[in-house]
Ligand binder design. Structure first.
Ligand code: BGC
Length: 797
């Protein structure tokens, strides 16, 4: 949706923070595709935060029960209403994660509320319309609280209580009556606490539940509650959708392993829960263990490292019991189930969890392997965008690694409406930034490095806001992040010294270069100083453009000048006259080419030719890590070697994107060879099967293979420029832009390229048919263009 106010404003998600008292005036144009109604009269909507003074209730915690290892406490209270309400709203947050019920009805369909933010500085609350659930008389209010990110394990094994050791809940029920009066109920010292059926819960290790124990206070010794110090200035409204169950998958097959275990295969590596329907005698223990892969026919749990990823249930003996976790999640394709003697396939299903983002991007081609690769990227996004954009969802890690998101952001913004999700995460990034501008490697920052500054990781501070702005055209995200972006660039300036080369400090570099040994992922071919200085140039360039966009003329000119100087320093230190780049490997050429870090045509052409030589010599296999991989195909196509880019994309031998596909991957792997060709798991301790970083190649599929790329923020103008070499006979991409859906499809038949294009109102497209030297400009409507496929003119010819 595009909303025009004084300036153009993109509202990413249906005004969700309705918890607000602040009102803004906007004008709305409604429609999609080519059908738009006129702009509305200015409209008032609610936005912003609940005023601090409006929080009257208190953050409460059980006085003695619910300590670490006690299981999830149940807090309970009530609201006595003298009259029938006309409306009611619940505001809710927690230290921990919370499920709330009113009169036995679960509130909302969101999972793990209130989510994970930089809790010390920003604590999100959620609000719910609970009008249908509240009635005259006594209403029972209950909050079940799990450890979640607040008190569960985070970072490395055994490291719990990152934010505090007491769980708590803050709820405020606002009830409105017909006479205009309002009453507020909620958590305070009149509440009580009891143990629940959840005896243990942890994201890494799983959950233990005894279904013989009820989740109610009846018949239990009641503990009092303490009111904790509540810093309400930390409370923030959500800027994106919550985590929800986004899909239910049926089990595909039941397997019996060589050691006699029963394993369910869901056919897809996913993130979420196993739901099981069982009947058994009271006291029977059902155990579910999870893993992404099998090894030698058994559950392959080694990649999970210390994470136990195990759920156990003690049955109550009811004729039918539904087993489903509450306060944990797993990354898995396989589940090993014990304690259910006659398990039927129909009794098991998988519930897919993730931030409930609207899908906005699609891609297809004539090659099913490439389509599966793209599908794998989508699944890795769904699994890892779980409240925070994480590196991986299964082992004892699951952190918001900045480098991973930075390389993946352009892909993510095309595939899903991530505007609110990523703006919220960027708010946390800014909040966690060090006073001197250093940017932590994970956001929220649970690593707590004293002086974090690493190229490509900390550069998320500039690159992610730019990607969000480019995709959605919302200047607001740049305005919100500008101080953080600037602080980061100034931090690097303070590190580099007068020669502007970034040669000091610890770097992740071209992390997980395939030539690096399994136990040292930073030992890459690319010199970390080349990577770091190239990223410095990029961040300064982004900052200069951002200042320009925000009308900060003087700063824009200063940073443009600095960018020139950093580029000059890079070129003179690392690029030879004939275009050789220091440390001479795929990644350094790719970075130099996409950043155009050259002073002459000779250097530019020389670097392109050298990259082509290296790629050919490597047998078209990938030789790049986290930094080089997102740009290697762009670099080849930019340098005039599109046929090599396709050759590399379609290569199946390891390392390559399609190697994993040929091995049956259903998500993107962390390592090119997470699974070795003999079916054994890579011996490295970092071996995830669900890491989206290498999936950044999908951005190239969208922009270059299908040929759809935004040429100005928010897809106001687009370039349609498909790269047709004959390797594929068709490709298509669709993107639901802020202006409506843009669709491109091309087919190659008998040497003719046939392109169809749908452009919504408000968007202008420059179409470059293969071989054309000028673009044809088209506007809203459907268009069909044809051209002969010209023989390729390679740069080396
Ligand atoms: C994570 C990566 C991350 C890296 C940085 C790993 O453990 O899984 O994806 O970027 O550490 O060091």
């Amino acid at each position: 949706m595009v909303v025009d106010s004084d300036e153009q404003l993109y509202v990413p998600w249906p005004f969700a923070p309705l918890a607000s008292r602040e009102r803004v005036r906007v004008r709305v144009r409604v429609g999609s595709g080519n059908t738009w109604t006129d702009e509305s009269e200015p409209l008032e909507i609610e936005a912003g935060l609940l005023e601090q003074d409006d929080w009257v209730k208190q953050l409460i915690s059980p006085s003695t029960i619910g300590r670490l290892d006690d299981g999830a406490p149940l807090l309970f209270g009530s609201a006595d209403l003298d009259a029938e309400p006309i409306s009611a709203r619940l505001y809710l947050t927690a230290h921990g994660i919370v499920e709330f019920t009113i009169n036995g009805n679960r509130i909302g369909d969101d999972v793990f509320a209130p989510g994970w933010t930089a809790y010390e500085k920003r604590l999100r609350y959620r609000s719910y319309d609970v009008t249908p659930l509240v009635r005259r008389g006594t209403n029972e209010l209950r909050a079940l609280i799990g450890n979640g990110w607040y008190r569960g394990q985070l970072v490395w094994p055994g490291n719990r209580s990152s934010y505090g050791d007491r769980l708590g809940a803050l709820a405020q029920l606002e009830v409105n009556y017909a006479d205009g009066s309002r009453e507020i109920f909620g958590t305070d010292d009149s509440w009580g606490a009891v143990p629940s059926s959840i005896l243990f819960d942890d994201f890494y290790d799983g959950q233990r539940r005894d279904l013989r124990i009820t989740d109610s206070p009846e018949g239990k010794r009641v503990d009092s509650v303490d009111v904790l110090d509540g810093d309400f200035a930390r409370l923030i409204a959500p800027s994106g959708p919550p985590v929800r169950i986004t899909e239910t998958l049926a089990a595909v097959q039941l397997l019996t392993t060589p050691s006699g275990k029963t394993i369910v295969d869901f056919g897809q590596n996913l993130v979420g829960w196993v739901r099981l329907r069982v009947h058994g005698e009271a006291g029977t223990v059902v155990t579910i263990r999870h893993a992404e892969v099998l090894e030698h026919g058994e559950l392959g749990v080694r990649p999970l490292r210390s994470a136990l990823a195990t759920c156990t249930y003690t049955l109550s003996g009811q004729p039918e019991e539904i087993l489903q976790p509450t306060f944990t999640f797993n990354g898995f394709r396989y589940a090993e189930i014990s304690g259910v003697p006659e398990l039927a396939l129909a009794d098991v299903e998988a519930l897919v969890l993730g931030t409930d983002l609207q899908r906005t991007g699609w891609f297809e081609s004539s090659d099913p392997r490439v389509n599966r690769l793209h599908e794998n990227v989508v699944w890795s996004t769904r699994g890892n965008f779980l409240d925070v954009p994480t590196d991986c969802p299964q082992r004892d890690e699951r952190l918001g690694w900045t480098g991973d998101l930075q390389v993946f952001a352009p892909t993510a913004t095309f595939l899903f409406d991530t505007a609110g999700f990523l703006s919220g995460w960027l708010g946390d990034l800014a909040a966690e930034q060090k006073p001197d501008g250093g940017v932590p490697y994970v956001i929220p920052d649970v690593l707590r490095e004293p002086d974090p500054a690493a190229a490509a990781w900390s550069d998320a501070a500039t690159i992610v806001p730019e990607a969000v702005h480019h995709a959605y055209g919302d200047v607001g995200v740049l305005r919100q992040q500008y101080p953080s972006m600037k602080a980061w660039v100034e931090k690097v300036r303070s590190i580099v010294g007068p020669d502007l080369l970034w040669r000091t400090g610890a770097q992740f570099g071209d992390w997980l270069d395939p030539t690096a040994p399994p136990d040292d992922a930073s030992r890459a071919q690319a010199d970390p100083a080349v990577v770091a200085t190239a990223y410095f140039a990029r961040s300064v360039g982004i900052l200069a453009c951002t200042a320009e966009t925000l009308g900060l003329r003087v700063e824009a000119a200063d940073y443009a000048q600095l960018e020139k100087q950093v580029r000059a320093a890079f070129i003179s230190a690392y690029v030879s006259e004939d275009g050789r780049v220091h440390s001479d490997c795929q990644t350094v050429y790719a970075l130099s080419i996409v950043g155009d870090l050259f002073a002459s045509e000779r250097q530019r052409a020389g670097a392109g030719d050298r990259l082509a030589e290296l790629v050919t010599a490597a047998g078209f296999r990938v030789s790049t890590g986290f930094v080089g991989t997102p740009v290697i195909l762009d670099a080849l196509s930019t340098a005039g070697y599109p046929e090599l880019a396709y050759r590399m994309l379609l290569e199946e031998s390891c390392p390559s994107w399609l190697y994993a596909v040929s091995m049956g991957a259903t998500t993107i792997w962390e390592r090119w060879d997470s699974m070795l060709s003999d079916g054994s798991i890579n011996p490295g301790s970092m071996t995830s099967f669900n890491h989206y970083a290498y999936g950044a190649v999908a951005d190239w599929l969208h922009r270059c293979v299908a040929g759809l790329s935004p040429s100005s923020p928010g897809y106001r103008t687009v370039d349609v420029r498909p790269l047709v070499t004959g390797d594929l006979s068709s490709a298509s991409a669709r993107h639901l832009s802020p202006y409506g859906e843009i669709a491109v499809e091309w087919r190659l038949e008998n040497g003719q390229v046939d392109l169809t294009l749908t452009i919504p109102y408000g968007v202008t497209a420059d179409v470059w048919m293969p071989g054309a030297s000028v673009a044809e400009t088209v506007r809203n409507g459907s268009h069909r263009l044809r051209s002969e496929l010209q023989p390729l003119q390679y740069a080396s010819e």
